[in-house]
Design a protein around this ligand. Structure first.
Ligand SMILES: Cc1ncc(COP(=O)(O)O)c(C=O)c1O
Length: 310
């Protein structure tokens, strides 16, 4: 029986892609031509790891840290890349240069790949490396960045760290996508997930921080060790703001003076409310100071690498 529900448009050849350039199967192509075979385990099983580094005004930000994390993730998943670290770095420079973008979101991916015989043994698959550069994107839009995000704490728990190691950057996002829909249904804009013990973890693409009694708290476990999280902690040390890296309870978050999230896709972004309850300040004074220093560091040669032209 035909249903009368409106359907979202189906992706077809006419579907638009953002501008940018990808490197896949040994060549550079426009984003519209960057495709993986449907037999790739990256697609069929979410068997992949990736990393995202930003380019701001023609400079990579903390490139070494992103390369370290990506190479560690590839090794933990017992995958291999077609080149060494220097080759990887050279390729990222070339991808950005070819994209012509000054501010870019640069993703590197290693998938399990596919086996020529459709073998179910992951050791038979030939790993695939992909990189692309598209325009810089933000977790929060401009209004949300100015006034802070309206967060919901989802009822769906984060996938347990004992099952999927969250320190390996991965595409196991069905918990977070379920959480996002729950947040939208409950009038929120974004979502935080708790672990099975009820402690807060992270959200889709970001780490969580709460400022309580003047100290900056962030979860010590069950999360991706975000490069922006690490940067925020380094900035706290520079500003002599005390930090506490330990399990983060709902009570700490809901009684915090201020709270924020961190991500390569936008830096340090304030949280305005949790489950509809406004926090006392958004952006609060510490969030603001950290955010200003975060962007100032984008001019610091110690943390940036100029994109090499071809
Ligand atoms: C689950 C998760 N947590 C945290 C982050 C933030 O990490 P980073 O600061 O390295 O961008 C991300 C980034 O995509 C993520 O996917």
């Amino acid at each position: 029986m035909p249903d009368s529900q409106p359907h979202p448009p189906l992706a077809g050849p006419e579907t638009q892609f953002p501008p940018g350039v990808a490197w896949i199967d040994g060549r550079f192509v426009p984003m519209s031509e960057a495709k993986i075979p449907i037999l790739d385990w990256g697609f069929l099983r979410s068997d992949a790891t990736y990393d995202v580094v930003s380019v701001w005004k023609n400079h990579f930000f903390r490139l070494d840290k992103h390369l370290d994390r990506f190479l560690a993730s590839v090794a933990k998943l017992r995958m291999s890349l077609p080149f060494d670290r220097t080759g990887l770095e050279t390729l990222l420079h070339e991808t950005v240069t070819r994209s012509g973008l000054e501010d870019a979101y640069v993703e590197m991916i290693c998938t399990r790949g596919h086996s020529p015989t459709f073998s179910r043994d992951p050791r038979d698959a030939v790993n695939r490396f992909i990189a692309f550069a598209i325009p810089f994107g933000w977790i929060a839009d401009e209004t949300q960045r100015d006034r802070g995000l309206r967060m919901i704490v989802a009822s769906v728990p984060r996938i347990p760290a004992a099952s999927v190691d969250p320190t390996i950057k991965n595409y196991h996002w069905l918990d977070m996508v379920r959480g996002l829909y729950e947040a939208y249904d409950r009038g929120g804009e974004n979502v935080l997930l708790k672990d099975l013990d009820g402690f807060l973890t992270e959200g889709p693409g970001f780490n969580l921080f709460a400022v309580k009694d003047g100290s900056v708290h962030t979860p010590d476990r069950g999360v991706l060790e975000g490069i922006t999280r690490g940067t925020a902690l380094e900035l706290c040390a520079e500003l002599k703001i005390p930090t506490r890296i330990e399990p983060l309870s709902m009570e700490t978050l809901t009684t915090a003076e201020e709270a924020f999230v961190t991500s390569t896709a936008g830096g340090i972004m304030a949280i305005a409310s949790v489950d509809g309850q406004a926090l006392p300040a958004s952006p609060g004074p510490i969030t603001r100071r950290l955010g200003e220093l975060y962007w100032a560091k984008h001019q610091d040669p110690a943390w940036t690498t100029p994109v090499r032209s071809l």
